[in-house]
Design a protein around this ligand. Structure first.
Ligand code: NAP
Length: 259
């Protein structure tokens, strides 16, 4: 178990700290999703871990005392069923949902492989929308809850080779703006988190340190930096919403100097 989790688990059982709050994290086997899950578990949240790969999910669930939800976010019925399983497990509507499942690659428009285009649009955009559709009825009924979607700096800034990814993340920002409008007065809060490049397995197929056109891994954010921003947005007082939160690395600051 991660240091501090024993205490977090006992606090959760006794109702202190996290106060028995529940958080569902998609993309939980990934770099950002697993860092978010660890940070939330340490804060006493009961975490539901959603991704496709059952083995890594099981290992993380064991480590964090969480609940494993193997699921493909592009399958509408499977997402509804996974949310219902976790709501049943925690005995109520979800209080925090963090949508981290994502897919990324670089291809210029004239070279775009249709399957790759579909993968990025369906995981990043459709999957996030299907998740919102599945969790909102419970949150609306309860009159509370936070849905935090991980967008990207690429949802505002055009970069060469990024057409499919940008289309999905610009689209997610459009969806977020409609959602925010529709949820006004419901008590449910939404945040779009927009990180810059972050050192995670997402970059592995591109090997950024070997490509001068890409940022070096050492110049990227760490997944833990993003997880801290998630905690910030998730732990504002009731009635306070952080609609957008962008996060970037300050150039030229060595990791050892960061706090
Ligand atoms: N890394 C960056 O530079 C960066 C910057 C800005 C924003 N973001 C965004 O942050 C989020 C997390 O990225 P990351 O860097 O942590 O990526 P990552 O390490 O590659 O993790 C991606 C996660 O998404 C899950 N996933 C992929 N397809 C899925 C599907 N169809 N159904 C369910 N889960 C699926 C993967 O799990 P399985 O394979 O087990 O399904 C994995 O857990 C993404 O939305 C990404 O766009 C990343």
């Amino acid at each position: 178990m991660v240091e501090g989790l024993d205490q977090a688990s006992s606090e959760r059982r006794s109702g202190r700290s996290g106060g028995g709050r529940s958080a569902l994290i998609t993309g939980a086997t990934g770099g950002i999703g697993s860092a978010v899950a660890r940070a939330l578990a340490l804060r006493g949240y009961r975490v539901g871990l959603l991704a496709r790969r059952e083995g890594p999910l099981r290992v993380l669930a064991e480590e964090l005392g969480g609940f494993s939800l193997p699921c493909d976010v592009t399958d509408a019925d499977a997402v509804v069923a996974a949310v219902a399983r976790f709501e049943q497990e925690t005995g109520g509507p979800l209080e925090l949902v963090v949508s981290c499942a994502g897919a990324f690659s670089l291809q210029r428009v004239n070279e775009l492989d249709p399957e790759e285009l579909e993968r990025q649009l369906s995981v990043n955009l459709l999957g996030s929308i299907l998740l919102a559709r599945a969790v909102l009825p419970g949150m609306r009924k309860a009159g509370r809850g936070i849905l935090l979607q991980v967008g990207s700096v690429a949802g505002r800034k055009p970069l060469p080779g990024n057409a499919a990814y940008a289309a999905s993340k610009y689209g997610l920002r459009g969806f977020h703006e409609v959602l925010r409008d529709e949820l006004r007065g419901s008590g449910v809060r939404v945040t779009l988190l927009e990180p810059a490049a972050t050192d995670t397995p997402l970059w592995d197929p591109l090997d950024p340190d070997a490509d001068h056109a890409l940022p070096n891994r050492s110049d990227m954010l760490r997944a833990e930096d993003v997880a801290e921003a998630v905690l910030f947005a998730a732990e504002r007082p009731n009635g306070v919403q952080i609609p957008y939160l962008s996060i970037e690395r300050v150039p030229g600051v060595a990791p050892s100097m960061r706090t």
